[in-house]
Design a binder for this molecule. Structure first.
Ligand code: CA
Length: 239
């Protein structure tokens, strides 16, 4: 799994350092920028997964930066967690209005900060899937809800679409039926694992020539692969 990059925009080195150390210890890659200008340089170079944005900064304020990045096509999908001083209620509301995803009040505990970062990453995840994904001629676009194979549009039902979206975004990995139920159907729904088989079958039919890319891995589950095995072994593994 990718290590999440966290851009810390904070002018106080002691606070930035404390945050950076804790993030590093918890599996994140921290990048420190002391003001808006250097943060912009970092953003132009590599987009982070989360921005921790201090409210009070020299030069452009955190609020102005949040507003600017929200309006920027490239940056707008990056979650922003604002750092505010204790009790600044109007600040928090203004920060959320400006496009921050959440705020955290200084001083904060490491555990709280990590929990908030993980929460914004989770919440943002569905929106980040609003792109297209393409594997070996198979193209899925979540924005337009379209699927095509070698340029030809395919008709894929809503559940099959969700299933395909998940398989394509986690291609080459084997997913058990239980994992697929959890990730595609959601863990709040009780459905038999056989349901997955039914939808995989429908998905293969809908995909036509690309159906072979959805492989059955005997005793393990399913995977979407760019290099499917020949037809014969695929059929054999289904029996
Ligand atoms: Ca500050």
């Amino acid at each position: 799994m990718k290590i999440p990059r966290v851009l810390i925009v904070e002018d106080e080195p002691a606070i930035a350092e404390l945050i950076a150390v804790n993030l590093r210890h918890n599996g994140f890659t921290p990048i420190w920028a002391e003001d808006g200008a250097s943060a912009q340089r970092e953003l132009d170079a590599v987009l982070p997964d989360v921005i921790l944005l201090d409210w009070m900064l020299p030069g452009q304020s955190g609020l102005a930066l949040a507003r600017k990045w929200r309006g920027d096509t490239r940056c707008k999908a990056v979650p922003i967690l604002m750092l505010t001083a204790r009790g600044d209620e109007p600040d928090k509301i203004a920060g959320l209005d400006a496009g921050a995803d959440d705020y955290i009040t200084k001083p904060f505990s490491t555990q709280e900060l990590l929990a908030r970062i993980r929460a914004v990453l989770r919440r943002r995840a569905p929106e980040q899937s609003a792109d297209s994904v393409s594997i070996a001629g198979l193209l899925l676009d979540t924005a337009t809800h379209r699927v095509s194979w070698q340029g030809q549009p395919l008709k894929v039902g809503p559940t099959e679409f969700k299933l395909l979206n998940y398989l394509m975004k986690h291609a080459e990995r084997v997913h058990s039926r239980a994992q697929l139920l959890d990730k595609v159907w959601g863990d709040h729904v009780f459905i038999e694992e056989r349901t997955v088989d039914v939808h995989v079958k429908r998905l293969r039919e809908a995909l036509g020539g690309a159906g072979l890319m959805v492989e059955t891995v005997r005793g393990a589950g399913y995977r979407l692969t760019a290099q499917p095995l020949p037809v014969k072994s695929d059929l054999a593994s289904q029996s």
